[in-house]
Design a protein around this ligand. Structure first.
Ligand code: SIN
Length: 475
C-alpha cells in the first residue's frame, strides 16, 4: 500500500530512524528522523528568536493564518484520515471525523485570539489607573498522544499560535506521520517554520527533559498518562513553567432506573467503543441501577456482539486494533483478573482472530468496585458492568477514584439530574449524552486527571499571562 499524504511528508521520510508501524497489519510503513535533545533545543532557540515577531502581529493576521491552516486540513481530509488510520488504527470514518475535529480547534482559536481583552480596573488612588494587559506567555512546548494524532495537536497549537506563542511539539512515537503532515500544512498556510516545529524521536524522555529544563520554554502542555504527567510536572518545577496536563481517567457511565434505556445503550456504545476504547474520556466502568440492570445488559450485549472488528481502513469496520503489545497486554490482564475475581463474560472476553493487536469487544457482568478493571484505565473495548441500588451509592462508587476527567449519566428526573451533575467530582459531566468533546467546550479534569482546560474560550488563557500595569501621577 502506498503511504497516504506522501506528498506532504516525503521530505521527512528516512531510510532508518524512528520506525512507524501499522497496528492493524504489523507492517512498517515508514521511518522518520529520530531526533534528540540537540534538535529540540535548536527548535526552542529558533522559536524564541521568532517569538517577538509572531506575537507582534495583530490577532487578525494570526487568525487568517490559522484559518488557512484549517482550510488546508479540510481540503486534505481524505489523505490525513487515511494516514491517521494507517498509523493509529482507528476506523476511517472516525479518522475523518478527527480531521474535522482538528480543524475546528484552529477555526475556533483563530476567532478567540481576537478576544484576548484586557481590563481597566477601578483604581485604589484618585491619580492612578490600573490596567490589566493580556500577553502571550512565550515559547510553548507540547507533548501529544497517539490516540488522536491530529486533534490533540491542533487543540494545543491553535490557542498557542492564536495567543502569539510559538510551539515546539513532540508527537507520540507511534504516530509521528500525522504530526509531520500537519506541520507541512501549517507552513503552507503561512505559519513561519520556527513558530510551529515538530520534533520526532524514539527517545521521548530525553526530548521531554529538554522541554522541561529549558528556561526559554515558558509553557508545557501534555496529554497522556497520569504517571508521565506527574514526572513532567516535577521536572518543570526547576523553571516554574506554566503547565497544562490532560491525563488519565476512569470515567463512570451511570444508568439510573428512570433513564431512557435505548438512549443509554446508544450512548454507552459511543462512549465505550469509540477508537476501540482508547480515549481518555471513554466510559471505563458502567454502573447500572438494579431496576434496569437486566434490560440494559441484554440490549448492550446485543449491540456489542454486532460490532465489526478489523483493519480500520476496510469498509464497515467499527473496531480497529489496539495501538501496541503493551496496550493489548494490559487489556487482557485486566479481563483475566476480573474473571479470576468472579466476573462473567457476556460477550467477547479475549483476543480477536483479526490479528495480534485485536481484542474482542467485550461486556463483563458481576464486576465489583474493587476489581482492577474498575479501578484502572482500561484503554480497550471492554465494558465492565457494576450493579448499584441507590443514587448515593452510585455517587460514592463513581467518585471513589483518584481520577476526575469525564463522567456520564442517564436519568430523566430533573432533581436527580442536578444532584448527580453537582455531586460528581469530575471536570466534565454529560447527562443523557455519550460523547462530550467539542471545540467550544472546556475540556479537562480535576484531581489526578490534570490541570487546565483545552478548547473553549478558557483554552486561550492557558497561553496568556496577565500583566498588571499601574499608571500613576495622573493628577
Ligand atoms: C483524549 O482521549 O485525550 C481526547 C478525547 C477527546 O477529545 O474526545
Amino acid at each position: 500500500m502506498s503511504l497516504p499524504a506522501a506528498d506532504l511528508i516525503s521530505s521527512s521520510l528516512r531510510d532508518d530512524g524512528l520506525a512507524v508501524f501499522n497496528p492493524a497489519t504489523g507492517e512498517q510503513i515508514a521511518a522518520v528522523a529520530d531526533d534528540g535533545p540537540d534538535v529540540a533545543n535548536a527548535a526552542i532557540a529558533d522559536a524564541d528568536a521568532a517569538f517577538k515577531n509572531w506575537a507582534g502581529r495583530t490577532a487578525r493576521e494570526r487568525a487568517s493564518v490559522l484559518r488557512a491552516w484549517a482550510s488546508l486540513l479540510m481540503s486534505h481530509a481524505e489523505e490525513l484520515a487515511a494516514l491517521a488510520t494507517a498509523e493509529c488504527g482507528k476506523p476511517l470514518p472516525e479518522a475523518k471525523g478527527e480531521v474535522f475535529y482538528a480543524a475546528s480547534f484552529l477555526e475556533w482559536f483563530a476567532e478567540e485570539g481576537k478576544r484576548a481583552y484586557g481590563d481597566i480596573v477601578p483604581s485604589h488612588q484618585p491619580n492612578a489607573r490600573i490596567l490589566v494587559l493580556k500577553q502571550p506567555v512565550g515559547v510553548s512546548a507540547a507533548i501529544t498522544p497517539w490516540n488522536f494524532p491530529l486533534a490533540m495537536i491542533t487543540r494545543k497549537a491553535g490557542p498557542a499560535l492564536a495567543a502569539g506563542c510559538p510551539m515546539v511539539l513532540k508527537p507520540a512515537e507511534a504516530t509521528p506521520l500525522s504530526a509531520l503532515a500537519l506541520e507541512a500544512l501549517a507552513h503552507q498556510a503561512g505559519v513561519p517554520e520556527a513558530v510551529f516545529r515538530v520534533v520526532t524521536t524514539a527517545d521521548p524522555k530525553a526530548v521531554g527533559e529538554a522541554f522541561c529544563d529549558s528556561g526559554a520554554v515558558r509553557k508545557l502542555s501534555f496529554t497522556g498518562s497520569t504517571r508521565v504527567g506527574k514526572l513532567l510536572a516535577a521536572q518543570c518545577a526547576s523553571t516554574v513553567k506554566r503547565l497544562s496536563l490532560e491525563l488519565g481517567g476512569n470515567a463512570p457511565f451511570i444508568v439510573f432506573d428512570d433513564a431512557d434505556i435505548d438512549a443509554a445503550v446508544a450512548g454507552a456504545m459511543g462512549s465505550k467503543y469509540r477508537n476501540a476504547g482508547q480515549t481518555c474520556v471513554c466510559a471505563n466502568r458502567i454502573l447500572v441501577q438494579a431496576g434496569v440492570y437486566d434490560a440494559f445488559v441484554e440490549q448492550l450485549a446485543e449491540r456489542v456482539s454486532g460490532l465489526t472488528v478489523g483493519n480500520g481502513a476496510d469498509d464497515g469496520v467499527q473496531i480497529g486494533p489496539l495501538i501496541n503489545q503493551a496496550g493489548i497486554g494490559k487489556v487482557a490482564d485486566l479481563v483475566d483478573d476480573a474473571l479470576k475475581s468472579g466476573a462473567s463474560v457476556v460477550v467477547g472476553g479475549g483476543r480477536h482472530e483479526a490479528g495480534e493487536l485485536f481484542f474482542q469487544p467485550t461486556v463483563l457482568t458481576g464486576v465489583s468496585a474493587e476489581m482492577r478493571v474498575a479501578r484502572e484505565e482500561i484503554f480497550g473495548p471492554v465494558a465492565p458492568i457494576i450493579r448499584f441500588e441507590t443514587v448515593d451509592e452510585a455517587l460514592q462508587l463513581a467518585n471513589d477514584t483518584p481520577y476526575g476527567l469525564a463522567a456520564y449519566f442517564y436519568a430523566r428526573d430533573m432533581a436527580r439530574i442536578f444532584k448527580v451533575l453537582e455531586g460528581l467530582d469530575y471536570g466534565m459531566v454529560a447527562a443523557n449524552e455519550g460523547v462530550l468533546s467539542a471545540e467550544s467546550a472546556p475540556f479537562g479534569g480535576v484531581k489526578e486527571s490534570g490541570l487546565g482546560r483545552e478548547g473553549s474560550k478558557y483554552g486561550l488563557d492557558e497561553y496568556i499571562e496577565l500583566k498588571y500595569g499601574l499608571l500613576g501621577g495622573l493628577s
